[in-house]
Design a protein around this ligand. Structure first.
Ligand code: PMP
Ligand code: GLN
Length: 389
């Protein structure tokens, strides 16, 4: 019998030579190793609504344990269509224009796989969510970076326009934005629409934080914008909205011709998504106000976090959406951001994400990201530690 696995003699050429383990896994592991409060990886430390958990139990016990249809359960797609129409005005066809996915990560990956050919260019904005560039590179696409300049992280539309070439196939956008917490305005979308007008450029719009927009602003979905919606693939995630990041259920919306193409890939990436989750979510979405409280919940947590850190040596950057707060720590240390978060985790018992992880070249602006999707007790304990620095 073979003992442990021998090291292989097979020679491989990595398709992702620059990629290691994601910063989220790295920092969560470090937090666990040192018993630190984990404000790094983005997930709530409080549970999903009890009603949703009950619905899941009922679905499991009610015999909903075999394959769902490839596109998602019709009742769930219907609930999604109604919600999106109520919020943004766009009506997507339940049969042909909505697909349930195994998390937003899969939806984003599949969208890129479905539309990006080798040699195509895809524009993304730095700091950029870590899954976008590897997804593009695995398809043989070229990643083109538009910078959201620190510390305001606003798009420079003239610079974006200059990056567009005849090879540009797609622009990936993300508002509210991870990691910076910035939120695009209607003017931003109008600028984007003007740039893509008359081209065949697709927009892949990552709207997983759609319900976390603060200070009375509204979420400017591409679905509100007629010129953009016809060329957009929109992705949102139940993980964020219902505090169930571990369920990995999300969805994708697109005009039928685009959705048909998306599904050609989707059916061979995952085929279909966990059935009982879909049964439970479809019923839960029909409860009045199932996502209404999110803005107040997270705005309250943001305010607690900011008020406490206002008296500290951390410099708070604006946070208009998401459940992330970025800070500069230059008054505390001149270390690089990775070194600083490692020491923060080991010596002070609070884990954070270095924002350099969201740049292809690891650009370090001395900014780190905290996740404030935590219970009052967790936030209090973490803040006590952070204000002492
Ligand atoms: N996009 C962004 C911007 C995210 O922050 C995340 C996860 N936090 C995802 C996509 C992935 O979502 P999911 O867990 O549903 O795959
Ligand atoms: N999106 C989450 C974050 O930004 C993490 C998701 C993941 O671990 N891949 O922290």
């Amino acid at each position: 019998m073979l003992g442990s696995m021998p090291s292989t003699s097979i020679s491989i050429t990595s398709r992702l030579p620059q990629v290691g383990t994601t910063i989220f896994s790295v920092m969560s592991a470090l937090a666990q190793q040192h018993g630190a409060i984990n404000l790094s990886q983005g997930f709530p430390d409080f549970d999903a609504p009890a009603e949703l958990l009950d619905l899941m139990t009922q679905a499991l016990r009610g015999g909903h344990n075999q394959y769902a249809p490839m596109t998602g359960l019709p009742v769930l797609r219907e609930a999604i269509a109604d919600k999106v129409q109520a919020l943004y005005g766009a009506r997507y066809d339940v049969a042909d224009e909505i697909t349930v996915t195994a998390g937003a990560t899969q939806a984003l990956f599949t969208a890129v796989a479905a539309f990006v050919h080798p040699g195509d260019e895809v524009i993304v904005f730095t700091p950029v969510y870590d899954s976008y560039a590897p997804a593009i590179e695995l398809q043989g696409g070229t990643v083109v970076y538009a910078d959201l300049a620190a510390p305001a992280y606003r798009p420079d539309w003239a610079a974006v326009r200059a990056l567009v070439t005849p090879r540009t196939r797609m622009i990936i956008i993300n508002s509210p934005h991870n990691p910076t917490g910035t939120v695009w305005t209607a003017d931003d979308l109008a600028e984007l629409a003007a740039i893509v007008q008359g081209t065949d450029i697709l927009i892949l719009s990552d709207e997983v934080y759609e319900h976390m927009v603060f200070d009375g602003q509204r979420h400017e979905s591409v679905m509100r914008h007629p010129a953009l919606v016809e060329r957009s693939i929109v992705v949102s995630s139940f993980g964020k909205t219902y505090h169930i990041t571990g369920w990995k259920v999300a969805y994708c919306l697109a005009p039928r011709e685009l959705m048909a193409e998306f599904r050609k890939a989707h059916q061979f990436v995952v085929f279909t998504v966990h059935t009982p989750s879909q049964v439970a979510l479809a019923a839960f979405m029909r409860k009045p106000g199932s996502y209404d409280g999110l803005q107040a919940l997270y705005q309250g947590k943001r305010d607690i976090f900011r008020q406490a850190l206002a008296g500290s040596r951390f410099e708070l950057l604006p946070c208009k959406g998401t459940y992330f707060q970025c800070v500069r720590y230059g008054a505390i240390s001149d270390e690089g951001d990775r070194t600083f978060v490692e020491r923060l985790t080991r010596e002070h018992g609070v884990a954070a994400i270095p924002v350099s992880a969201f740049y292809p070249g690891g650009d370090d602006h001395g900014v780190i990201r905290f996740c404030f999707a935590k219970s009052a007790g967790t936030l209090e304990r973490a803040l006590e530690r952070l204000i002492r620095l």
